[in-house]
Every structure is written in structure tokens, then in C-alpha cells.
Design a protein around this ligand. Structure first.
Ligand code: SF4
Ligand code: ZN
Ligand code: ZN
Length: 360
């Protein structure tokens, strides 16, 4: 008989917990994994009873475990949340179309309403088309900016109060490292927050802030969850890749490195004299932005004018080169005039204004 689980002292330990190196039985691993997430939710008062919460679902391991755990905790601790799945279809053939099939199965498995929002419908461009135009160098810049807005717009369509994403501790530690290396003080300050919110925008939080990626993989594996594990076919993302490799090396030497980096990120304080960008709204589409136009509008403008480099790098520099934006280009559907078709029959609530967010 092997070693006994250090928590229950009854069952045989079959798991060495990556975060703490404790030897655990399967049930106790599930219990500590789920309870730590519950504690993060409760300690940070992420939700209140009656909240409508969209789970950003890509079909990958993080968001699949998130959907599973959110549903489980909502029932176990009676959070009183109304949960939805929200997926973004970037239009990447051979990747997103397959992963969305996983999300559709998850919808059945977890019995949650699903809304899919596509880049084509929002921006008039799929990632396949964008890559044809811009190549494989800056594609993730377009994709990242467009995804962030697409999630917010999808959330408006669902009339939810809150979006939860599957960002885990490793992702956050990586972002801290990247922001330090880039000297991006504004982002460094924000990236460790478990919940962010703006005036106009929907609350967004990361219940997996303290959850290790290795444990998410273990949990998904032992629970036999149905997820999609292929990488995006357009994934160069080398900058994050370097931070990731470095972080994994640190984790091998000392597993607590991930949490230590998050805590260091949280401890950074910015001197009062340092000027941070002032948040306003985009003149064209109304999305929050610290410039006249939001990044998505600038990138879209570049695509539509056949100048895809417009908006890559510093916005003001590019605008000096290319002149001011004409006012007659396509406008991304704004929060206040999003039209939703209900023909997908997916329990979506129709609301044409985010100003009237009555509970149904
Ligand atoms: Fe988009 Fe880049 Fe991620 Fe692919 S790897 S989904 S292109 S951000
Ligand atoms: Zn046990
Ligand atoms: Zn805009």
C-alpha cells in the first residue's frame, strides 16, 4: 500500500499536487481545487445573488473547467447566479470551427444557454481574411483587440452583469513578467486585479487567478471533461512564449514562483506623479478608450483602407503618417445599437440597449 492522502489520511494518495507538492487522493484533490476557487470568489465578493454571468467559453481546457466549476459551485453554495456560455468565433478554419463544436457539446453537458459572436458579423472580417491581409506577424494584435471587444459586445447581447474568463495563475504571472519587460506601467497595475470594471463596461473577473495551469489540466483529465486541446494555427505569439518558457523553468525550480510573481505584481505601487492614460470613450463606436478612437476602430480602419499596418505600434505616430481617419468608414456595432437575431433559438435575451439592464 502506497502513501496515504495527507488530508483525509484514509485513501491512497495518487496525486502530487503541483502547487504545494502535497500527496492527495483524488477526492481530496477535487475538494481543495474547487474550494480554493470558491474562496477566491467569496473573498473578493465577485458576485451577488441574481447576477447574470457569462462564462467566456472557447472549448479549451481552462474555459471548460471554468464552466464545470462555476456550475458546480453555483449549485453547491447557492450563489444564485444565472449562467451563460459566451463564445467568440474568430473565423479560423481548422481551429475555431472545431473548438466551437466542443463548446456546443459543453452546452448540452452543462445545460447552459450559449451565444456565439463572430468577428465576421461584428467587424466584417474573419481572422482567416485578416491573416491573408496582414500575414503571420501582427495577427494576434488584431485578434486580441477584436476578441476583447467582441466579448463585451456579446455580453451586452446576453444582457449579463459580468463576464468570467478562464485566465489562470500562470497566465497572470506571465502577463506580470511581460508588462515588467515592456515597462507598461498602466497594464502592470491592472493585470493582477481579479475583477476589473469601467464606467460603461461590464465587470470581468478571473476566478482562476490563483489556480495553477497544471492543476486545471489534472482536474480536466481526472474528471474526464470534454475539451479541445489543439493550438491555434496562427499562433506565433513569441513574446508571450518567451515569458511562458521562463515561467515554466522557474516553476520547475520552485513551484511557488507563480504565486510569488502574482503577489509581486500586486505589490507594485505607482508614484502619484506618474501620469496614467485617462479612460474615455471612442468617438466612433463608444467603446472605452484612452485615445480618440479605440484600438479596434483604428485596426479596422487600416484593414478597410488596405493599410493594415495602421494602428500597429503607437497610434499617434501612425496617424501622423497616414493622416486623420475619414469619418465615413464602417462602424462596429455599438453597445447602444446592437441588433440581435433570435433565430439561433439559444435562449438569448434581446435587448437593444445596455442602458436598460432590467432583470428578466
Ligand atoms: Fe487569435 Fe493569435 Fe490566439 Fe490565434 S493565437 S486565436 S490568431 S490571438
Ligand atoms: Zn484524501
Ligand atoms: Zn471604437
Amino acid at each position: 500500500m502506497g502513501r496515504l492522502c495527507v488530508i483525509c489520511d484514509k485513501e491512497r494518495a495518487i496525486i502530487k499536487r503541483p502547487k504545494t507538492s502535497q500527496q492527495l487522493c483524488r477526492e481530496c484533490f477535487y475538494y481543495v481545487f474547487e474550494t480554493e476557487i470558491h474562496n477566491a470568489i467569496v473573498d473578493n465578493k465577485l458576485f451577488k445573488k441574481g447576477d447574470r454571468v457569462a462564462i467566456a467559453a472557447s472549448g479549451g481546457k481552462d474555459s471548460t473547467v471554468l464552466a464545470h466549476v462555476m456550475k458546480l459551485l453555483n449549485e453547491r453554495y447557492q450563489y444564485g447566479l444565472e449562467l451563460f456560455l459566451l463564445s467568440i468565433d474568430e473565423g479560423i478554419t481548422g481551429y475555431r470551427d472545431d473548438s466551437l463544436e466542443t463548446v456546443k457539446r459543453n452546452q448540452q453537458q452543462y445545460d447552459l444557454p450559449l451565444k456565439i459572436v463572430s468577428y465576421s458579423e461584428l467587424y466584417g472580417w474573419s481572422m482567416d481574411q485578416i491573416v491573408k491581409e496582414v500575414g503571420l506577424k501582427n495577427n494576434c494584435t488584431f485578434c486580441g483587440v477584436f476578441r476583447r471587444q467582441a466579448l463585451d459586445r456579446g455580453a451586452v447581447m446576453l444582457n449579463v452583469d459580468h463576464i468570467v474568463t478562464g485566465h489562470n495563475a500562470d497566465d497572470i504571472a506571465e502577463t506580470v513578467l511581460m508588462n515588467i519587460l515592456r515597462g507598461d506601467i498602466a497594464r502592470l497595475q491592472r493585470c493582477t486585479e481579479i475583477c476589473t470594471t469601467g464606467d460603461e463596461c461590464i465587470r470581468r473577473s478571473k476566478p482562476f487567478k490563483y489556480t495553477y495551469e497544471k492543476e486545471i489540466v489534472m482536474y480536466a483529465y481526472f474528471k474526464k471533461l470534454d475539451y479541445f486541446s489543439t493550438e491555434c494555427i496562427y499562433s506565433p505569439n513569441s513574446y508571450r512564449g518567451h515569458a511562458r518558457t521562463f515561467l515554466k523553468d522557474l516553476e520547475t525550480i520552485r513551484p511557488s514562483a507563480i504565486i510569488d510573481i502574482i503577489h509581486s505584481g500586486e505589490a507594485f505601487e505607482i508614484k502619484k506623479e506618474v501620469k496614467l492614460p485617462i479612460q474615455g470613450v471612442c468617438k466612433r463606436c463608444g467603446y472605452m478608450s484612452s485615445n480618440e478612437l479605440c484600438k479596434a476602430c483604428v485596426l479596422l480602419e487600416g484593414l478597410n483602407r488596405g493599410l493594415p499596418k495602421l494602428g500597429i505600434g503607437k497610434t499617434h505616430r501612425m496617424r501622423k503618417i497616414h493622416g486623420d481617419m475619414p469619418q465615413d468608414t464602417a462602424i462596429i456595432p455599438h453597445f447602444n445599437n446592437i441588433k440581435i437575431d433570435d433565430n439561433e433559438n439559444n435562449n438569448v435575451i434581446i435587448d437593444e440597449s445596455n442602458k436598460s439592464k432590467e432583470k428578466l
